[in-house]
Every structure is written in structure tokens, then in C-alpha cells.
Design a protein around this ligand. Structure first.
Ligand SMILES: [Zn+2]
Ligand SMILES: [Zn+2]
Length: 182
């Protein structure tokens, strides 16, 4: 399965559920995109802030790893959920998370159609990220599973026992990929 284009859905929802207020002319007032493979702990997010010096951003990001194998309705409910966050922030100008305005708009949209249902949680099974590396202590030889490389991580036990609990170069873990058989 491939990632479906989000903009047409955004424009349709904007017309049907948000009275067209999430666009200025034909441009969305919040950008909408798929994530790369790293966004795994949530199905989607809305955020606004600064990138570097004075460069503003405002975006809805949907998780490609979480949503890629789920039905279209999961993509639609996630996008619509994040559009409610954008509407509360950009149009109402308030900060409330999943508060009364969120619930009111969510209930309204849920009652207007039956293609998808929005909830306050993104209750999709998130594929677990398995550890990919062994961190091996050069001093005692113990192995610790890591999901990503942590530079300078040391064996706690050896630091405690041999170096009064202080970090020591001799206990810094060496990494080796974990071989997954099948
Ligand atoms: Zn939310
Ligand atoms: Zn050790």
C-alpha cells in the first residue's frame, strides 16, 4: 500500500467541516504532510513554532509508519483530528488540547458522516521498534539492547564498581548490530 495524497482530503474536510476557514484563498493556513519513518509514537500531530531564527512553521504531520497499512478511514480520522487542533489554535486562538471546543467539534463531525469516527486518542496499534544494537561493555563483557546508538553510554555496573560511580572511558560501550533471524 502507498501513502495517499493528503491535500485533497484536507480541502474536502475544510469545506465540509470547517466552513472553509482553514484556507486563505486556495492555500491551506497549515501545511500538511506525511512524516518520514521516524514518527512512530503517534498517528499524527499538529504543531506550530520556529525553525531556527525567525522561520515560522505550522504543520500537520501524519505518521507514515503507523498509518501506511491501516484503512483509509484511519488516515481520515487522524487528519481530521489534527485539523481540529489547528482550527482551535489558529482560528479560535486558544490553547486547550482535547478540551470542550475539541469535543464539541469532534462530536459534530462524527455525527455528520459515517466514513470515519474521530476520537481523542489515536488508538492504532503502533508497530513496536525493536532494539537494533547491542551495547557491549569492554570491561565486563555484558550486553545491553539499544534501539539506537547512544554515544558515550557506559556500563553502569563497571562505573559503580571500578570507578566510584563516575563515568569512565574504559566502560564506554562498543556497539554491534543485533542480528534478527527471520
Ligand atoms: Zn489530539
Ligand atoms: Zn561492565
Amino acid at each position: 500500500m502507498s501513502l495517499i495524497p493528503l491535500l485533497p482530503i484536507f480541502h474536502r474536510f475544510n469545506r465540509e467541516f470547517f466552513d472553509g476557514v482553514l484556507t486563505k484563498g486556495t492555500s491551506p493556513i497549515v501545511s500538511v504532510r506525511w512524516s518520514d519513518g521516524r514518527l512512530r509514537n503517534t498517528a499524527g500531530l499538529y504543531r506550530r513554532g520556529y525553525k531556527g531564527y525567525r522561520q515560522k512553521f505550522c504543520e500537520i504531520v501524519l505518521s507514515s509508519p503507523v498509518l501506511i497499512n491501516l484503512p483509509r478511514s484511519a488516515v481520515e480520522s487522524t487528519l481530521c483530528h489534527e485539523m481540529i487542533h489547528a482550527w482551535i489554535d489558529l482560528i479560535l486562538g486558544i490553547r486547550e488540547g482535547h478540551g470542550p471546543n475539541f469535543h464539541a467539534r469532534m462530536d459534530q463531525i462524527n455525527s455528520l458522516q459515517n466514513q470515519f469516527q474521530i476520537s481523542v486518542r489515536h488508538q492504532f496499534p503502533v508497530p513496536a521498534k525493536l532494539p537494533r544494537w547491542w551495547g557491549i561493555c569492554p570491561s565486563c563483557g555484558k550486553r545491553f539492547p539499544y534501539k539506537r546508538l547512544v554515544r558515550g553510554a557506559a556500563c553502569k555496573q563497571c562505573c559503580d564498581v571500578n570507578h566510584d560511580g563516575k563515568w569512565d572511558r574504559s566502560c564506554v560501550l562498543a556497539y554491534e548490530p543485533i542480528r534478527s533471524d527471520g
